[in-house]
Design a protein around this ligand. Structure first.
Ligand SMILES: [Zn+2]
Length: 302
């Protein structure tokens, strides 16, 4: 994987390191490199990597009001703690602080950086669905509320283990249909946003986990239909929706590319397809950047 090195971010890290550690050799070689894009779009995930020649421990990242503790792995002689971050589709552009602390040989080093989040542009589409799915009947309000709470608990899970590995594999063989972020008009008047990425998948087509993880939640939901939520670790969760059949159970560990269900048309749909959504630290972001063609933007930003 090519990592574009950003001087401005490194400089900040060096200055913070000098200031906090007082180590003379930090002038020669920074103890910690923090690699992030300078700029990312609203609704787009990005990769931050905390890298050191020294043994990193207790890495903590504060982003958008949430703390995540990315797992540390070895990359040759180096220690690397990658973490997926982002600003949700419905959040604000602007300068967002990124705070990192690490422990090296029992000593804590803290770094204050920022990422400039800029507006993204999204397309439009119009759709026609059963009226009860746009304006749900009163009797299902309690169900929708209950499901929203279960889903919120699943998508805001931030665990300390990282199961994911970039790039992710395709969750369905069919081509991409509706992209993430679209401004949608249902039945001529009701407006909403498309919070996932749709793949063509005829009824009964196998669907796959895009990355390894633990099945966090399954069920039959009013909007998402038969759905699987997978916790890929370190704050990344995926949702595969509208299945005809779910083939995994809550608590199961899954591999990247493992069959997790069959496509269907359950929930709020116009026909059988896969709706894939991804959440970082509880915020919905564009899944497309996790696939091989999205790596450049995921790592280097806009
Ligand atoms: Zn969709």
């Amino acid at each position: 994987m090519k990592i574009h090195f950003l001087k401005s971010q490194l400089l900040l890290a060096v200055v913070a390191c000098l200031f906090l550690s007082g180590l003379a050799d930090a002038q020669v070689q920074p103890m910690v490199d923090i690699q992030t894009p300078d700029t990312a779009g609203v609704g787009k995930p990005f990769l931050a990597s905390i890298v050191s020649w020294y043994p990193l421990e207790d890495v903590r990242v504060q982003w958008n009001g949430v703390e995540v503790r990315p797992a540390v792995s070895r990359d040759g002689q180096r220690y690397v703690a990658p973490v997926l971050l982002g600003i949700g589709l419905r959040e604000e552009a602007g300068i967002h602080p990124l705070e990192v602390s690490v422990s090296i040989w029992g000593r804590t080093y803290s770094f204050a950086l920022s990422v400039n989040i800029t507006e993204s542009t999204w397309g439009h589409e119009t759709l026609t669905v059963a009226p009860k799915l746009v304006k749900p009947p009163l009797e299902v309000y309690a169900r929708i509320k209950r499901e929203r709470e279960m889903i919120k608990a699943a998508i805001t899970t931030v665990t300390g283990t990282r199961y994911w590995k970039l790039p992710f594999s395709r969750p369905a063989k069919g081509k991409m249909l509706s992209r993430f972020g679209l401004h949608r008009v249902f039945n001529g008047d009701t407006k909403s946003r498309h919070t996932g990425l749709d793949f063509r998948a005829w009824l009964g087509t196998p669907l796959y986990a895009m990355a390894a993880g633990r099945v966090a939640l399954t069920g039959s939901f009013y909007y998402a239909g038969n759905a699987v939520f997978i916790d890929h670790g370190n704050g990344l969760i995926s949702l595969s929706a509208h299945m005809s059949k779910v083939l995994v159970n809550e608590g199961d560990m899954v591999r990247a590319g493992q069959k997790i269900g069959l496509s269907g048309a359950t929930g709020r749909v116009t026909g059988a397809h896969l709706h894939l959504a991804t959440f970082v630290l509880g915020k919905v972001v564009d899944p497309e950047l996790f696939f091989v063609d999205g790596m450049e933007e995921l790592i280097n930003g806009k």
